[in-house]
Design a protein around this ligand. Structure first.
Ligand code: NAD
Length: 467
């Protein structure tokens, strides 16, 4: 019987069955995970529904105090949880600890926020103001790249706003989330947070459930479309954080070596499995060779190893399916461009891919058009700034992007033309729980983080009084 349990109505329970969880550093199962059947999903939703009236009646201060206790417990359990996270997700242990700390910090930031009535008009004839109320039961569905951080992005604001939650992690990274459920259960009333697992097959049961009022989903654009379809049947509130194909545009006054180092970090973090990773780099022709050479040097020197190994910088990719997808993309890349570092899976157990840099590649190559989600970066050259902006924008995605140059005003004028939810200047990947984060185009709908992210878990009501 698995040592990991689902959380339903304040009880830590087994699943209807169990599945193996593989360690991506070995490709071998290391733990069993309980998975729900439809009946357990229904029980979890019913528990969340039953807990809603009492939870939503509590003051924001009372709810915030409990969120803070959960955050403190995340800190107390960081070492243990980071080890589980590295075992199931693959990331180096120090990055796993950073994810835990980011989760804790985000929870605390939301605990400090408040939802206040907003005056819209006040004169001798009218008083009009807006209040925000919780929506009810939130289905929170997370991907496998940052299981804890993504869970906290959803659960903390949902709870502060007065909602109850059914949280479902990805099938290949369920364990840290189950531990998070245990922590929630230490502090919260029964049913306020429920954690259920599946074998990547019950998401639709949750999103279609008539008693789920809001879906907060992070994952691929392909699955996001299915979520939107399920939500459409009852016009459920949805937040979708989806895929990206972020471009980094380097301007001709940039230092190519310095910028290459920063772009490399932003492309390879978490083995490139970051929605907001740099996934394409555009470099002016005169700087192209120097930029590519520095990237190739960094890729050659990067320490790729299992996450628990001392000094590991890049771990394995998270799961077998993603590993196979990347191998296919690398085969295409060999025909589409010139590989100047890496290019292959590493000949060892587990799902390791060499950090790969591809140059002299055309705009329509698969490695450029598709979200790689791995330690792979194509580098393209350009001559004309308007042309490169058009090329950077020529994608259905619009999550993030960055522009790099010494003349900040000029870099900003280019940045503002990038069609994405976030665009950075002289950095990439900077996120803060106080700053809203959202995708343009097919990278998402609505947003997370910041006061706006909190408001996504509420229904606004305008109160319009004739005086
Ligand atoms: P995925 O879409 O395969 O799965 C995400 C979650 O959805 C999992 O929990 C999965 O079990 C569940 N799911 C599967 N089918 C479902 C259905 N029909 N209805 C409801 N839920 C269903 O994504 P993934 O492969 O786990 O994650 C990688 C993707 O996530 C990448 O595209 C990445 O860019 C994206 N991502 C986006 C953000 C962001 O904030 N924009 C953050 C992290 C990851």
């Amino acid at each position: 019987m698995s040592e990991y349990k689902q959380l339903i109505n304040g009880e830590l329970v087994d699943g209807a069955r169990e599945i193996d969880v593989e360690n991506p550093a070995t490709g071998k199962p290391f733990a069993k995970c309980p998975v729900a059947d439809e009946a357990q999903i229904n029980q979890a939703v019913a528990a969340a529904r039953a807990a809603f009236p009492a939870w939503s009646a509590k003051s924001q201060e009372d709810r915030a105090a409990l969120i803070n206790q959960i955050a403190d417990e995340l800190v107390a359990q960081t070492e243990e949880l980071a080890r589980i996270l590295t075992s199931e997700q693959g990331k180096p242990l120090d990055q796993a600890k950073m994810e835990m700390m980011a989760g804790m910090f985000t929870a605390k930031v939301f605990a400090d926020m408040r939802i206040e009535p907003k005056t819209l008009q006040q004169d001798e004839k009218n008083r009009i103001y807006e209040i925000r109320k919780p929506l009810g039961v939130v289905a929170a569905i997370t991907p496998w790249n940052f299981p804890i951080m993504m869970a906290v992005h959803k659960v903390a604001p949902a709870l502060l706003a007065g909602n109850t939650v059914v949280l479902k992690p990805a099938a290949t990274t369920p364990l840290t989330t189950l531990k998070f459920g245990e922590i929630c259960n230490k502090f919260l009333p029964a049913g306020v947070v429920n954690v259920v697992c599946d074998n990547n097959d019950l998401g639709d049961v949750l999103t279609s459930h008539p008693d789920v009022d809001k879906i907060s989903f992070t994952g691929s654009t392909e699955t996001g479309k299915k979520v939107m379809e399920a939500a459409s049947r009852a016009i459920k509130r949805i937040t979708l954080e989806l895929g990206g194909n972020d471009a980094a545009i380097v301007l001709d006054d940039a230092d190519p070596v310095e910028v290459a180092q920063k772009v490399f970090q932003a492309a390879m973090m978490n083995a490139g499995q970051v929605c907001l990773a740099v996934k394409r780099a555009y470099v002016p022709a005169p700087l192209y060779d120097a930029f590519c050479d520095e990237l190739a040097r960094l890729a050659g020197e990067a320490v790729v190893d299992e996450g628990t190994a001392q000094g590991a910088q890049i771990g394995p990719v998270q799961n077998r399916k993603q590993f196979e997808k990347l191998k296919g993309l690398l085969e295409s890349a060999k025909a589409e461009g010139k590989i100047i570092a890496g290019g292959n899976a590493i000949d060892r157990d587990g799902f390791f891919i060499e950090p790969t840099i591809v140059r002299d590649v055309s705009e329509d190559a698969r490695i450029v058009r598709e979200e790689q989600f791995g330690p792979v970066l194509p580098v393209l050259s350009y001559d004309d700034i308007d042309d490169v902006i058009a090329r950077a924008n020529d994608t259905d995605y619009g999550l993030g992007g960055s522009v790099w140059g010494k003349d900040i005003d000029r870099a900003v004028s280019v940045a503002e033309k990038v069609q994405s939810g976030t665009v950075w200047v002289n950095q990439h990947l900077g996120l803060s729980p106080t700053i809203p984060f959202r995708g343009a185009k097919q990278s998402g709908l609505g947003g997370e983080l910041g006061q706006e992210g909190l408001h996504e878990f509420t229904q606004a009501t305008v109160v319009n009084i004739k005086l």
